[in-house]
Design a protein. Structure first.
Length: 97
């Protein structure tokens, strides 16, 4: 259902991003403060985030060609929010209690 929703041309980018922030992201990072993150896990999380954002924002047309957005462009669109940093911050917040 989420894959179809994210690929849909009917719903806008704002509603797709809200769904990602409110539903998908919390599901993926559930209990993240107790995780022992390895490099492999961080790569999986980063790749997952990039795939979702690529689906939401779609390709860019330059002249007569279409191309997918770069990581730098996606970071600029979302304001530099990174899943790995979010998880590490959650862990620090949890241990500080």
């Amino acid at each position: 259902m989420n894959k179809i929703f994210l690929s849909s041309k009917v719903s806008g980018k704002k509603s797709k991003l809200k769904k990602y922030i409110s539903t998908i992201r919390p599901t993926v990072t559930y209990a993240a403060e107790t995780w022992n993150l390895m490099d492999r896990d961080m790569n999986y999380l980063t790749t997952f985030q990039r795939r979702i954002l690529t689906k939401i924002y779609g390709p860019v047309q330059e002249q007569d060609r279409w191309r997918i957005r770069t990581n730098r462009e996606l970071n600029k669109l979302i304001g530099g929010v990174n899943r790995v940093r979010f998880i590490k911050a959650q862990r620090l917040k949890w241990w500080g209690q």
